[in-house]
Design a protein around this ligand. Structure first.
Ligand code: AGP
Length: 608
């Protein structure tokens, strides 16, 4: 998704902007651009494609300025191109604007205020630059407020004015942005990694606030332009955590980080045989009041929700429905004060999930968030937050965020059961015990020997056109995640089916050309899944099975096995998904795919 960087201070803004935009490349983008204010006035440079194209374009221009804004764009209105790239300027070239989000009423704004004006792009953003010029009264701040009054939609906007070259103005509604506080310099960015090389002091901007960045500091104002006091937070992520640390791809690095981040997700939350969250406390009355739970999320987070449903229903005996966020708000769900809505989102900024959260709040539901990003919209707007503490996840394909979401759900399942006074104390203690052993056990599926087995399996998948994943119960839930991961980064068509459902239609597609990955980890469904494997074997499909260590039956009816170490079967999904992540990674690698930034996808999807 789009990335924003802004800088004013003592360094050459061009260098800071390019460096910051590079740190945001992981968000996915199709073009980039910068605007600086120099002796010529506003100087805007843009290029379609990778950031290197922009650098090539400006390399001989000797650009220099102490103020500027930059952007990486992911197309929404208008195709990827130089002219649709940001920054966009006003007709007279006095204002430049970079924008994340969508101005929903841009067409009516054009008709009402800007009739007859010439636009150089197809974007909604250019309307903002034109409005700044139209409403300009000699005071940049007042002009921005007037423009905001007529805008509808979601936005993070950063603007410069050639007539007032000592300030950058920024504001946001629904799209994220963070301010970096330096000495004699000020920064703004859509994401923390763009700031890390320069400062660890940051401020989060709330909806409707106006930020004025100067060389002497940052002032936050409300709509009436009165100054608001803001707390400065220390960024805890270190710069190294955002680098690849010697791994070929961020995705592999993040898969390998799982044992370490599992410890962080659990840390301080297991106390003896019970769970405690620093972030909130629920009384027995509150938990008993919830007659139903909805889990709402997108993509991988939705798949985590499918595991969460089974955990919560089993542990706390509260019925759970799992919904895709983009569907949830449009189907008039039955929500009331006796319903808890759990939203799951790594980024905490996914537009569909934010919209679902707001819909739930409108109906008086309490909302609980499971998220990775402190200060994100979802964290701020929810009543209760469980952070997964996975650290920055750069690869578009989510791995460690998924598994830590599962761990958060186990903790939550135990917590709800314990607060509700359920009589399953022994079962709860066994789960907590298993979670504590998980980091160490996970190391065993990240050995060179194990990776060699997976690379060997990937060789067999790399030329397939279609691959099926099958499983039952928990094994089906992780099969869905395995298939999403594979199609996302290897571009092989992959589908996951409840193993028992294949024979009701999809089995017609199974031939010797369609490899099948079967997850046979859940003991309670093992025999039934084995029968379904025999059905696909009878159609000549090659089968790789993910099994528990010590399973000496599977070899008799599949072609290849990958085993996971023995662990409490109820928490096995966290472990069993790791070979699926690695199969996707090595298959994509064998096909020469661009793993960390797959085509057409973005890390944080902030449009609906
Ligand atoms: C995961 O590999 C995907 N990139 C994607 O499905 C992602 O999980 C989804 O867009 C939701 O993102 P979120 O967790 O940040 O809300």
């Amino acid at each position: 998704m789009c990335g924003i960087v802004g800088y004013i201070g003592k360094q050459n803004a061009v260098d800071v902007l390019i460096d910051g935009l590079r740190k945001l490349e992981y968000r996915g983008y199709d073009s980039s651009g910068i605007a600086i204010v120099d002796h010529t006035g506003l100087n805007v440079q843009k290029a379609e494609g990778k950031l290197a194209n922009l650098q090539e374009k400006i390399k001989d221009d000797n650009l220099h300025s102490s103020i500027g804004i930059g952007h990486t764009r992911w197309a929404t209105h208008g195709r990827p191109s130089d002219y649709n790239a940001h920054p966009h300027t006003s007709q007279n070239g006095r204002f430049a604007v970079v924008h994340n989000g969508i101005v929903e009423n841009y067409l009516s704004l054009k008709e009402t205020y800007l009739a007859g004006e010439h636009f150089t792009s197809e974007t909604d953003t250019e309307v903002v630059a034109h409005l700044l010029e139209k409403f300009y009264n000699g005071n940049f701040e007042e002009t921005v407020v007037k423009v905001l009054d007529v805008l509808e939609g979601a936005y993070a906007l950063v603007m410069v004015c050639a007539d007032e070259p000592d300030k950058i103005i920024a504001c946001r509604k629904d799209s994220p942005m963070v301010l970096g506080v330096g000495e004699g310099e000020s920064f703004i960015a859509s994401d923390v990694p763009a700031l890390l090389a320069y400062t660890r002091n940051c401020m989060y901007i709330e909806k409707g606030e106006l930020c004025v960045l100067t060389r002497d500091g940052i002032t936050i104002k409300n709509h009436a332009l009165e100054v608001i006091e803001k707390e400065i937070h220390a960024i805890e992520w270190d710069a190294e955590a955002a680098e690849k640390e010697g791994f070929e791809h961020f995705m592999l690095k993040e898969i390998f980080e799982q044992p370490a981040v599992f410890k962080k997700t659990i840390a301080g939350r297991i106390q003896g045989a019970s769970v405690h969250f620093d972030e909130f406390e629920l009384t027995p009355e509150q938990v008993q009041k919830w007659k139903k739970i909805y889990i709402v999320a997108c993509g991988t987070a939705y798949h985590a929700g499918l595991v969460g449903k089974q955990i919560i229903e089993k542990m706390a005996r509260i019925p759970v429905e799992v919904e895709i966020a983009s569907e949830f708000r449009y189907r008039d769900p039955m929500l009331d004060e006796d319903t808890l809505v759990i939203v799951i989102s790594q980024s905490g900024e996914t537009a569909d999930t934010v919209a679902a959260l707001r819909e739930a709040k409108k109906h008086g539901c309490k909302v609980m968030a499971i998220t990775n990003v402190v200060g994100s919209a979802i964290a701020r707007e929810s009543d209760y937050v469980i952070y997964i503490w996975a650290g920055p996840e750069i690869s578009v394909a989510s791995t460690k965020a998924y598994t830590t979401m599962l761990i958060a759900e186990y903790l939550l399942g135990v917590y709800l059961a314990q607060q509700k006074g359920m009589p399953n104390a022994e079962e709860r203690a066994a789960i907590l015990d298993g979670l504590q052993n998980l980091p160490e056990i996970t190391e065993q599926v990240l050995t060179d020997d194990y990776l060699a087995q997976i690379q060997n399996a990937a060789e067999g998948f790399k030329d397939a056109n279609d691959i099926f994943f099958i499983g039952r119960g928990f094994d089906w839930a992780i099969a869905l995640e395995g298939s999403l991961k594979l199609k996302e980064i290897s571009y092989i068509h992959a589908e996951a089916y409840a193993a028992g459902e294949l024979k009701h239609g999809t089995l017609a597609l199974v031939t010797e050309e369609t490899p099948v990955i079967a997850i046979c980890v859940q003991e309670s469904t093992y025999d039934k899944t084995a029968s379904n494997i025999k059905e696909v074997k009878a159609r000549e499909a090659k089968v790789l099975a993910i099994i528990n260590e010590g399973d000496d039956q599977a070899q008799k009816f599949v072609d290849q096995t990958l085993s996971i170490p023995k662990i409490n079967n109820f928490i096995a999904p966290v472990l069993a998904v790791i070979p699926l992540q690695l199969i996707s990674y090595y298959t994509a690698k064998a096909r020469g795919c661009e793993i960390d930034q797959p085509r057409n996808l973005a890390k944080s999807v902030t449009v609906e």
